[in-house]
Ligand binder design. Sequence first.
Ligand code: NAI
Length: 402
Amino acid sequence: MVTDIADQSNISDERLAHGSARVEWIRSFMPVMQSICDEFEKTLPFRGRKIGVSLHIEPKTAVLLEVLQSGGADIIATGNFGTTQDDVVAHLESLGMTMFGRCDDSFDVHRGNVVNVMKSRPDIVLDNGADLYAECARSGVASMIVGGTEETTSGGNRLRSELETAVRFPVIVINDSPLKAIGENKHAVGQSIVESFMRITNFMVNSRRVVVVGYGWCGRGIAQYFRPLGAKVAIVEVDEIKALEAAFDGYRVGRMEDFLVWSEVFITATGEDRVITGEHFGKMSDGAVLVNAGHFPWEIDVDRLRKMAVSSVPIDATMERIDMPNGRHVILIANGRMMNLSGHAPKGNSVASMDLGFALQALSLERIAMIENNLLPGAQPVPDDIDRRICRMFMAVLGSEM
Ligand code: NAI
């Protein structure tokens, strides 16, 4: 079957060319990362270090991995569950990185990828969602690890609860940085969720009734960017103080039950499990759209929804119509995965926001790699001097020198 082999190799050449072109385009809009790359090429902070990585694999994260490699790191990486872009994997493999994970991996295969990264015995970890740290705790390989970083809210929460005693080395939680919360979680997630909603559904936003579940950094941003486009936004939030803030910000605030019939779109951004579940699905208005923006794909209880359904039919690669026993239906987006990073041609958060966020990653990992880094064991925020240095670099890019 010579033709099959030739076809396969054409596909992989095309995939590589496509991935490399996309990474090159994105790289050209990450000036802060470029200046860190220039510095790392000279200082080689990761010479002799192996960095184990779990991240959404897309062009912006690829630039981060390139920058770490330019600093001398050997990179062993897996994508997060359900968001891996195979053309970007091909690009990173062509640079000599060891990559596990493909777009259509099942959850079991994904688990195996996480195990494989830790089996390669990295001495530094770059995690997103704390899957690698959980595996490190489970398999008892913690003793080789000098430290690491954690990118997101959900991973930071796990490091401070179930993994607190197991992780005995310093882990800098990038999400704790005010720069990341403002630049990415609020403004970039807000914009990219609205962009993805419009692109995926092709719906008009004006007058659309939207419930945002969780008024933390991401929820605030999502609400903030839907409203000026004419949406009617309501908030469900369990923390009284944030609920009051949402009310002061001018949103309707209530319990999920109050909005089940009213709302046309439900967007979860809590980082918690099953915030929309069996008691809610059957009472929603006909055609309600279910969207998740949180890290893990179980904020919407998709398993329960499927058990309750009488039938379901894919509308396209990202949207699915799910028919309920009461004759109504709901539209599930990206099978409950993060809408801005899943589905057809996802763009994720803006390049500039990730130039900012990944500069925090790169300089925090450099700090971890220093022998005398003065960091204590356990989860901790980004050191203040790193936050302030990146602020100055980014303000300069914006043309506002400080
Ligand atoms: P946060 O901690 O600032 O906010 C979460 C909010 O949800 C809190 O105010 C909390 O009180 C509320 N909440 C928790 N359970 C709830 C429930 N059952 N009902 C209503 N409200 C509830 O967290 P942040 O930074 O906003 O992150 C939220 C999620 O988004 C996390 O999973 C995070 O990892 C993820 N994330 C997603 C990104 C994306 O590109 N889609 C980017 C950054 C973070």
